[in-house]
Ligand binder design. Structure first.
Ligand code: SAJ
Length: 401
């Protein structure tokens, strides 16, 4: 069995590596020659604990080879990004380009799978495209959608152990895809239709977005009501059927803050809660920035000097070095723009340097700052003792009491 993975990013590369480790001959394709070169040298271009050793092993054994061009295989996987356009409309041009790239190589009996998060109907749209260009393949190849669910940082384990939802354009396609994934997935493989599988992925991330929005909304209410939101949530969660997530400075990353738009763009009338959750989570970052600006003005009035402000954290969630679409980065930028004369210390313990922000160590920043703004609940910050001689804006629950 030879498989081709189109896209060697945060999901495509780990999946290609795990498939190769399970004995499948894999060709990993990326349009970026640097990614291809690094992969062939056994060097990881993404951050994922433990994965580089696996990469080196499969490159050495010859099971994984990277290239800028696909080759003839028996199975093809589209694992490319699906961003959104300016108006929050999903952009499937990468999926289409990857499909077009493998189109001339497809032959009778092949499996074609889309893993990229996609709006409902994308798999059928790509099937139509394939059969329009290659009518002789109709009913002769197998086409399915199989989204990933892995959590960055725990990818090696989750790729193998998570359950997966697999939806073909017909039941033969579903079975063919199940047979492929069962070579390396130990979780249960659930059969469905491709439209349901597409919607399932969007539903999972929208559900989390809505739940986080609920927590963020509570944090705004509690701020006005003079109630500690962390204590409140902890107490409410003592109810056997209540499980509220945690508020923060907004929702970041490339999944939860993006995927709900794939539903709202297509079903604007029906997706009221999903749309509102996106609004609330986006607003939360804006609200945090305003809180910092107000604290700064208050300090200036009281002390007749500009404060030193420590912005604690830039990553999109705790204990990772991934700054993609991070609300903390947005808040820090906004605060820096609005208080040009204040001394702002930027802290991110998981990153050694940054091309825009000059980074300060968390201990030094905490010591020097008049106003400390906790944006991300990194484990290092939780070791800092509470100081009541400082103004502390804790947006992520470092000091829950
Ligand atoms: N967040 C909160 N409060 C919480 C939990 C998270 O504010 O209680 C924030 C985080 O700080 C972060 C954002 O939400 O800014 C997203 O973080 P996350 O840990 O919820 O999710 P991701 O984006 O790292 O990964 C998600 C996962 N999806 C679900 O949990 C439903 C993962 O399983 C998916 O594979 C991934 O999206 C994806 O690729 O779609």
């Amino acid at each position: 069995m030879k498989a081709c993975f189109m896209g060697l990013g945060y999901i495509g590369l780990p999946t290609a590596i795990i498939a190769a480790k399970h004995g499948i001959d894999v060709i990993g394709v990326d349009i970026n020659p640097q990614v291809v070169e690094m992969t062939n040298q056994g060097r990881l271009h993404i951050v994922e604990p433990g994965l580089e050793a696996y990469l080196q092993e499969v490159v050495k054994s010859g099971k994984l080879k990277a290239s800028v061009k696909p080759e003839v295989c028996e199975a093809y996987f589209m694992v490319v990004p699906t961003p959104f356009k300016g108006n929050h409309e999903p952009d499937v041009t990468y999926v289409e380009a990857a499909t077009r790239a493998v189109l001339p190589l497809l032959k009778k009996g092949d499996l074609f799978v889309i893993e990229s998060t996609s709006p409902v109907g994308t798999t059928e749209m790509m099937a139509k495209l394939i059969f329009e260009e290659r009518p002789e393949l109709e009913n002769e190849i197998f086409i399915a959608y199989c989204p990933e669910r892995v959590l960055p940082g725990n990818v090696i384990y989750e790729l193998v152990h998570n359950d997966r939802v697999i939806g073909g354009i017909n039941s033969e396609s579903t079975e063919k895809a199940i047979a492929f994934y069962s070579q390396f997935v130990q979780g249960t493989l659930h059969r469905t239709h491709c439209r349901t599988a597409e919607m399932c992925k969007l539903t999972e991330n929208s559900s989390r977005d809505v739940q986080i929005a609920f927590a963020n909304e509570l944090s705004l209410i509690c701020d006005k009501a003079g109630i500690n939101v962390w204590e409140l949530i902890q107490l409410a969660n003592k109810h056997p059927r209540v499980n509220i997530l945690l508020p923060g400075c907004g929702v970041g990353g490339h999944c939860i803050a993006v995927d709900p738009y794939f539903i709202t763009a297509e079903f604007p009338m029906e997706s009221q809660i999903i749309a509102k959750a996106r609004e609330i989570n986006n607003y939360k970052a804006f609200w945090c920035a305003e809180k910092v600006e107000n604290a700064m003005l208050k300090f200036e009035l009281e002390h007749q000097r500009k404060p030193v402000i420590a912005m604690m954290g830039l990553a999109f969630k705790p204990d990772i070095d991934d700054l993609r679409e991070a609300p903390a980065k947005y808040i820090t930028t906004k605060v820096m723009q609005s208080c040009n004369n204040a001394d702002i210390l930027v802290v991110e313990p998981n990153v050694s340097e940054h091309k825009v922000f000059k980074l300060t160590s968390y201990t030094e920043a905490y010591e020097k700052a008049d106003i400390v703004v906790f944006l991300v609940a990194h484990k290092e910050f939780k070791t800092l003792p509470y100081r009541d001689d400082k103004v502390i804006l804790d947006f992520c629950g470092i000091y829950k009491k």
